[in-house]
Design a protein around this ligand. Structure first.
Ligand SMILES: [Zn+2]
Length: 445
């Protein structure tokens, strides 16, 4: 199966690549996929493995996180370089590559974060060109978080440079100063429980930032990709801009499609704190509709796991490390909540979890079952029944926000560049087989 349609036949693999897609092929080793969907390996363009967050580090390493992703049918991830203050972008990249090298079990790349402290000194074109030459073709910008956040004028200058170099800017759109004020307001009123996390980051503070970023991108003559869109108000802003012919793209995540903010109200609601926060049923509806219509193009995870103890350790909602795990379940979650419930087609499911992210982020040999592409292939068995629980998952974290969720459909076999990584739930990959992938230009340009 590809986003363009379905076909019953065989796939011939030679070495690392797909050689042919045809009927009645014979091979040295054959895998019977009857009764299953054979789809391109998943591409998750938003993960946070071994990410420093204050005193803490996300609990999945490049090793454990990529194994978990492989079990769920993802064969390529794009993580982040977030250079610490005073560290050059190039040095930041060198450090992250060193952490992933010999550890990652899947092919990987990085988005380069341009923090506010870096942008404040002006963007050096040469630095961006050198990074693009080394295969880093997308750049992460923030409208929230002190140190990371870009002022509007810095955002304009940075977008102008990135746009002119055909580098793809991706943005975390929340109005940081506004949500900080709203947080302080809640704390002053003694409202410290997790539900006030959502109240201090209401849909409008997200949509305002999305809208402003879109307008600034327009003024800077740059396209823009908005990460983790959660609110229907933000969807409407993106839809409007696209309707006017502007080059605006975006992703959402399983947590915004499947979970809602009522989870913050229960005991242990701290565990569900992420930014933007979980929203409501109406937002989920708008997000599914936007995936189906193409207003949003990608489902990424924003996988940022912290243990239960770490999530529950703060005195108020502002002290909880933000982020949720979902690197392993993405394909099955979207298949169940999207395809099986009739919200999106099988073809759209493949498109949003593999093909579109591969094209948008310049992964030239990923995301399609066609001759010449990498043999990254998932045999997805729609008849497998599973209950999601930390024991059944391979993520290095002791809880799952999807705990007790019953799903139907899970990968039976996962192949990466011609090697069988997963067979019947067993991980068979050699240690350190993941490679850094040099990405080309985004299809957006
Ligand atoms: Zn993120």
């Amino acid at each position: 199966m590809n986003p363009s349609g379905r076909f019953q036949g065989d796939i011939g693999i030679n070495d690392r690549a797909i050689e042919s897609v045809s009927k009645n092929l014979k091979g040295e080793n054959e895998i019977d996929a009857s009764g299953c969907f054979v789809v391109p390996g998943g591409v998750d363009p938003h993960t946070h493995l071994e990410m420093q967050s204050g005193e803490l580090v996300t609990s999945d390493t490049f090793h454990t996180g990529t194994i978990a992703a492989a079990h769920g049918g993802t064969t390529t991830i794009i993580d982040f370089v977030e250079p610490e203050k005073g560290v050059s972008l190039e040095e930041g990249l060198r450090q992250r590559k060193k952490s992933a090298n010999n550890e990652a079990q899947l092919d990987y790349s990085f988005h380069m974060t341009i923090p506010g402290w870096h942008a404040s000194r002006g963007i050096n074109e040469r630095e961006i060109i050198d990074l693009m030459d080394s295969g880093i073709t997308s750049f992460k910008l923030y409208q929230a978080y002190e140190g990371l956040r870009l002022e509007d004028d810095q955002l304009y200058q940075t977008l102008k440079t990135l746009g002119s170099l055909k580098a793809l800017p991706i943005i975390h759109s929340e109005n940081g100063p506004l949500s900080k004020t709203l947080q302080a307001e809640k704390l002053e009123e003694g409202k410290v429980e997790p539900r006030f996390h959502a109240a201090s980051k209401p849909p409008l503070q997200e949509a305002e930032a999305v809208s402003r970023a879109i307008d600034i991108a327009n003024l800077a003559d740059s396209p823009l990709y908005v990460v983790h869109v959660s609110a229907k108000e933000s969807v409407h802003k993106i839809q409007k801009a696209r309707g006017q012919g502007e080059s605006i793209y975006g992703e959402t995540c399983p947590q915004y499609l499947l979970l809602d903010k009522k989870l913050l109200e229960q005991t242990g609601g701290e565990k569900y704190i992420c930014s933007p926060p979980l929203r409501e049923a109406e937002d989920q509806k708008a997000l599914w509709k936007s995936l189906n219509s193409g207003v949003l193009q990608v489902v990424a995870t924003d996988h940022a796991p912290f243990t239960e103890a770490e999530k529950l350790s703060g005195d108020d909602f502002t002290q909880v490390p933000g982020g949720l795990p979902s690197i392993e379940g993405r394909l099955s979650f979207i298949y169940n909540a999207g395809v099986k419930s009739g919200k999106i087609s099988l073809e759209k499911w493949i498109n949003v979890t593999s093909t579109r992210p591969a094209r948008i982020f310049g992964l030239e040999k990923k995301g399609l079952l066609a001759p010449g592409y990498d043999a990254d292939i998932v045999v997805f068995d729609p008849k497998v029944n599973r209950v999601i629980s930390p024991e059944n998952l391979h993520e290095n974290v002791d809880w799952s926000p999807y705990g007790e969720l019953h799903v139907e459909g899970w990968p039976r076999t996962v192949i990466s560049k011609g090697d069988i990584l997963i067979s019947e739930g067993e991980y068979l990959g050699q240690t350190g087989i993941g490679e850094f992938v040099q990405r080309g230009a985004s299809s957006i340009y």
